[in-house]
Write a protein that binds this ligand. Structure first.
Ligand code: MTE
Length: 323
């Protein structure tokens, strides 16, 4: 994200590798129909997309998933796209690194410590957390600050269902999340690429918003390690960096947390990080994006297309200053 200056960037750095390779394929077969698509009313079905189970037979299936009215019916990215093109700096800086190296992460046993301004602080284990609300499939667009995007069939439940169990007090204005620190499980933490642990935060109304998901799986299975096993955030109207992975600590606080990317470079990354095509990143445009697997760039939508649901959260705020 801030590792390379614009002048150092080659097209292959800002173009997902698969897109880059597929473009050559595309040029070779331009004009022919590439993918067969069907819709069953419950969401998109892509006959050319290999199933998750076919690619990861050992993965734990998640049954009885509710369908969500918040899901988009856009074409899903494949399991392969979603699990081999990742940002998870705890495993390296290259997009392929998490897929190659995250097998060292042990998502079981796992517990999450909850603390701060709430009535029920404590340590809660992942098996219990998974049962606290019915699991849903939510198909969301994910827009990375690096101007690529994908469509992911997440599994989880509303973050509000998780947070309200701890009875936040009236002093809880924000909630802060931290990722595991363990250099044996996350070897990339031996490098000072970021200040560890990775930290993120949401204002309480953002955290309690019905679109904000506690991510526990994707493609009908528990989360693959590289996507933030066993528990992460998914905040679809914000740049992907707000969707913190492999969470071990949740803290209700009175003041705005200093999130990792703001710590790193506050002139480029803010606390709100709402997707906003009108405010360019200082080193590249945010007006358009490359969807993984697509040839042409598409226009980026305000709030990543979720404006009808979330714009009111920011009424009266100057979103050029509060980026
Ligand atoms: N969480 C942690 N702990 N470490 C990270 O490096 N990267 C963020 C976010 N969460 C990151 C993280 C960024 S920049 C993005 S775009 C998304 O994870 C990517 O999620 P995905 O790999 O599941 O697509």
């Amino acid at each position: 994200m801030l590792i390379k200056r614009a002048a150092d960037l080659r097209e292959s750095d800002v173009t997902p590798k698969e897109t880059f390779l597929r473009r050559r394929e595309f040029l070779a077969v331009a004009g022919s129909t590439a993918v067969a698509v069907a819709t069953n009313g419950l969401g998109p079905v892509f006959t050319a997309t290999p199933t998750a189970a076919a690619q990861n037979p050992a993965a734990q299936k998640l049954a009885n998933l509710k369908k969500s009215p918040f899901s988009t019916d856009e074409k899903l990215n494949s399991y392969k796209d979603i699990t081999t093109y990742n940002n998870f700096y705890e495993f390296g800086l290259d997009k392929a690194d998490p897929g190659k190296y995250a097998h060292t992460l042990k998502p079981k046993p796992w517990s999450v410590v909850v603390e701060g301004q709430c009535g029920k602080p404590g340590a809660y284990n992942i098996e219990d957390i998974m049962k606290w609300a019915p699991l849903e499939e939510r198909i969301y667009r994910l827009r990375c600050v690096e101007a690529w995007s994908m469509v992911v069939p997440w599994v989880g439940y509303p973050l509000s269902e998780f947070l309200k169990r701890f009875e936040p007090t009236s002093k809880a204005k924000y909630v802060e999340f931290k990722t595991l620190v363990d250099t044996r499980q996350m070897p990339g933490q031996t490098e000072p690429a970021l200040n560890w642990p990775y930290v993120e935060g949401l204002r309480m109304d953002e955290a309690m918003h019905p679109l904000t998901l506690l991510g526990l799986g994707l493609y009908g299975e528990v989360l693959p390690n590289q996507n933030g096993a066993p528990i992460r955030l998914v905040v679809p109207w914000k740049y992907g960096f707000k969707s913190i992975k492999s969470i071990v600590r949740v803290r209700f606080v009175e003041t705005e947390p200093i999130n990792t990317w703001k710590q790193q470079q506050s002139s480029e990354y803010g606390f709100f990080a709402n997707v906003n095509p009108q405010v360019d990143h200082p080193r590249w445009t945010q007006g358009s994006e490359r969807r993984l697997g697509e040839f042409f760039r598409r226009k980026t939508l305000m709030f990543n297309g979720y404006g009808d649901q979330v714009a009111s959260l920011y009424a009266g705020m100057d979103l050029r200053k509060n980026y």
